[in-house]
Design a protein around this ligand. Structure first.
Ligand SMILES: NC(=O)C1=CN([C@@H]2O[C@H](COP(=O)(O)OP(=O)(O)OC[C@H]3O[C@@H](n4cnc5c(N)ncnc54)[C@H](O)[C@@H]3O)[C@@H](O)[C@H]2O)C=CC1
Ligand SMILES: O=C(O)C(=O)COP(=O)(O)O
Length: 588
């Protein structure tokens, strides 16, 4: 559907690899999907700025260069398990969600492993090629049985466990090495878990690898490990090329230390014929497949639907179920949090615009923020979206909006870089709130415990560790609540109020004396500024003592919703007016 201006208004998805149409059809209902196969890295970098989502399998290298070239990319979706072809730290830094399909193809990968195991044991590929060539070589092609043999599984995760169960079904003894595997899960599958790879290797007749490609697993099986195996053992790798060192494996095949290898994955895919991987493939005792572990009709349907659903969720502003670089939050909780996400972002933005300046920027002096949740909102198990919303609110008024996308993915990193510390607190006090939930933001210096006095002076010393007698100038407080899913600000420092934080607002701090409203109204009218709403906020919270001192009771905030930005000269004129102490304008 084209927008009236001729531009395509629908979000765009780039799919540079073969993905099942089952998922793509879901996307096509609301998004534009471009299937463009065979892109070079340079071509990908050139076109990626146009896309909101990128769908890949294992062939596309989603490098930092690709991610930096993107302009509006929100999600990289990996239709499969391994995300080693995606620069996840770079995506995180840029606030781009990376999702995968953690279980859509695991059965396929496990079945392929068993197919290779049996093919290797019975020389099936060689026998097939021989008989097709018109030969009948029964004595050359005698195999071995797997029953009664020991299979070593390195990585007893999702794929490794399915392989282990199937191997048990074939009558094999299964021994596994995985420092993070559950002993109970292993025992339930009749798998003997050993302490280390070193303990595993000398025992096995067949070895199968099912770990992810990580810095710690790259080259995990090199010549020193292969040498500790029984002479004539056989190796399978359906995980990632390079976990078994290709040079070492080729040498071990040539020396006869390893009797056979079955390999689905290579360090470079497709491997060049004259590379080490190419020589490995050509070796007569190696059987090889072109990264087919996930290539079944069923697995491809599963992963495609899985990641396409997540792309739709992310582009709709929801959290996906399998993000690699974002927290998992229950959908019901996420829905409840949504209005508060908006509120907290507005509170952060109000803080930065109203209380900071280029000489006293966010994080400069008051760099510690207590974010206090009371009421229903305090019951949420994860408040990570609220934390992210605060960081976004605090930083976006002072950032280049184009290139700066703070979200749940990169909020922690941004906070760290800006020297902002957030201390989230859930009040467990039996609450006497007027609203079902209240969120309070206290900006303070790191050393200073917050002082948060409520109207009626019920200083919350229990939950806040408040110290009476601290000067209000050393901290700032903004509080808010949600009503009918709309955010309201209920407190700005000592002043209690109730306004919707939306649009351009003028915040005038003045003496609460008659005539102020008329005075401000006439100055703004003269400048052609229309006032949409006005809220007078009396000082009801004590700044530093249990009772509100007289000199503080005659001050007020006047919050005006205006229809346009107000120039510096107008603000100056307002400040020059009698009884107006200061004026700030904020856009929320
Ligand atoms: N050939 C293909 O088409 C496919 C390949 N894969 C590969 O299989 C890998 C495993 O997939 P899943 O089982 O779903 O992942 P998983 O995350 O469920 O399991 C991986 C296991 O490896 C273990 N592990 C990590 N470091 C280890 C180490 N140093 N030593 C021993 N164990 C270690 C982990 O504790 C975990 O239990 C994927 O990362 C992917 O690279 C997955 C699907 C298809
Ligand atoms: O899911 C995985 O990790 C795989 O290796 C599958 O890769 P593919 O999607 O078939 O390119």
């Amino acid at each position: 559907m084209a927008a009236p201006n001729g531009h395509n208004a629908r979000p765009r998805v780039l799919c540079p690899e073969k993905l099942s149409q089952d998922g793509l059809a879901l996307l096509r209902q609301t998004l534009d999907v471009d299937e463009k196969k065979g892109l070079t890295p340079e071509q990908l970098i050139e076109i990626i700025p146009d896309y909101d989502a990128l769908l890949v399998r294992s062939e596309t290298k989603v490098s930092a260069d690709v991610l930096h070239a993107a302009r509006k990319l929100k999600v990289v979706a990996r239709a499969g398990v391994g995300v080693d072809n995606v620069d996840v730290p770079a995506a995180t830094r840029l606030g781009i969600v990376v999702v995968n399909s953690p279980s859509g193809n695991i059965q396929a990968a496990a079945e392929h492993t068993i197919a290779l195991l049996m093919s290797m044991a019975r020389n099936v590929p060689d026998a097939c090629a021989s008989v097709k060539a018109g030969k009948w070589e029964r004595s050359r092609l005698v195999g071995v049985e797997v029953k009664g043999k020991t299979l070593g599984v390195v990585g007893l995760g999702k794929v490794g466990l399915i392989v282990a169960r199937m191997a048990r079904g074939l009558g094999m003894n299964v021994v596994a090495a995985d420092p993070y595997a559950s002993a109970a899960v292993a025992a339930a599958a009749n798998v003997t878990l050993v302490d280390s790879l070193a303990a595993l290797l000398p025992q096995v007749d067949f070895l199968t690898i099912h770990t992810p490609m990580l810095a710690s697993t790259r080259g995990m099986l090199s010549s020193s490990e292969l040498d500790t195996m029984k002479r004539g053992a056989r190796i399978l790798n359906v995980a990632r090329g390079g976990i078994v060192d290709e040079v070492a494996l080729l040498a071990a095949l040539e020396s006869g230390q390893i009797a056979g290898a079955a390999i689905d994955v290579f360090t470079t895919e497709p491997p060049a014929p004259d590379s080490v991987a190419g020589k490995l493939i050509a070796h007569p005792r190696c059987i090889a497949t072109p990264h087919l572990g996930a290539s079944t009709v069923e697995a491809q349907e599963n992963v495609s639907i899985d990641v396409c659903e997540q792309v739709l969720q992310i582009l709709a502003g929801d959290l996906p179920r399998s993000a690699v670089n974002a927290p998992i939050i229950l959908p019901a909780e996420y829905k409840t949090l949504q209005p508060f996400v908006k509120l907290v972002e507005k509170m952060g933005s109000l803080y930065t615009q109203h209380f900071t300046s280029p000489t006293q920027p966010v994080g400069h002096n008051l760099n510690t923020f207590d974010l206090v949740y009371e009421g229903e909102i305090a019951q949420m198990s994860s408040t990570k979206p609220l934390f992210a919303a605060l960081i976004k609110g605090l930083t976006s008024p002072i950032s280049d909006a184009e290139g700066f996308n703070v979200n749940i993915v990169n909020a922690e990193m941004v906070a760290k870089e800006r020297g902002i510390f957030v201390n989230e607190q859930k009040s467990r006090d039996p609450t006497t709130l007027a609203y079902s939930s209240l969120v309070t933001l206290v900006a303070r210096s790191p050393s200073r415990a917050p002082s948060l006095n409520r109207a009626g002076n019920d200083a919350r010393t229990a939950t806040m560790g408040a110290t009476e007698g601290q000067a209000s100038s050393k901290q700032h407080i903004i509080a808010g609540y949600c009503s009918d899913n709309s955010p309201f600000i209920s407190r700005v420092d000592r002043f209690s109020t109730s306004f919707v934080p939306d649009g351009t607002l003028l915040i005038c701090h003045n003496y609460d004396s008659p005539g102020k409203i008329g005075l401000v109204g006439s100055i703004l009218g003269k400048e052609g500024v229309n006032i949409n709403f006005m809220s007078v906020a009396p000082a009801t919270f004590a700044s530093s003592a249990k009772t509100l001192p007289a000199e503080e009771t005659n001050e007020a905030l006047m919050i005006l919703g205006v229809d346009k930005e107000v120039g510096e000269h107008v603000k100056q004129e307002l400040v020059n007016a009698k009884g107006v102490l200061n004026v700030s304008s904020v856009t929320l």
